[in-house]
Write a new protein. Structure first.
Length: 156
């Protein structure tokens, strides 16, 4: 009805995008306010990916196709880009990669999936260089700890 009357963009879509931005901002803040752990980072990245797919499906089912790109961009920005420092910091990617260096029951499929999602979201939000720098710093730190004898060879 909004599309036929020409009010879709001015009335409906503007309200929809504003509500989506508020929703995803609040959801991300609520989920990331607690201390991050390896499982939390992986689960959070899967949730971001799920939300992107949900918005895409919603646009194909109920909305005009042109709303897909702005809605997906809101999810990516509010749930990933705006929290990049937290996700790549000491309790995020850093802790995750340390756990990978010393497997503690984390399944290889979970590790691979989480790394794939970090790469994918970094690429989509033009933050791949920051993801790469955080990854290199973490791997270099782990290697330094091993070579300086602070970690055992089994950790390598």
């Amino acid at each position: 009805m909004f599309s036929v009357t020409g009010m879709y963009e001015d009335v409906f879509e503007a309200q929809l995008l504003g509500a989506a931005k508020d929703f995803y901002r609040a959801e991300a803040a609520a989920l990331l306010q607690a201390d991050l752990s390896v499982g939390v980072v992986g689960g959070y990245l899967r949730l971001v990916d799920d939300r992107i797919h949900q918005e895409s499906t919603r646009c194909m089912s109920y909305l005009l196709a042109r709303s897909r790109k702005p809605l997906v961009s809101i999810v990516e920005r509010e749930m990933f880009y705006n929290h990049l420092d937290t996700l790549l910091g000491q309790s995020g990617l850093h802790a995750f990669l340390h756990a990978v260096a010393r497997p503690n029951g984390t399944r290889n499929a979970d590790i691979t999936d989480s790394l794939r999602l970090v790469y994918m979201l970094g690429k989509k939000t033009d933050t791949l260089q920051q993801v790469k720098q955080a990854f290199v710093q973490c791997v270099t730190g782990i290697a330094r700890e091993i070579t300086q004898g602070q970690k055992s060879e089994t950790d390598l």
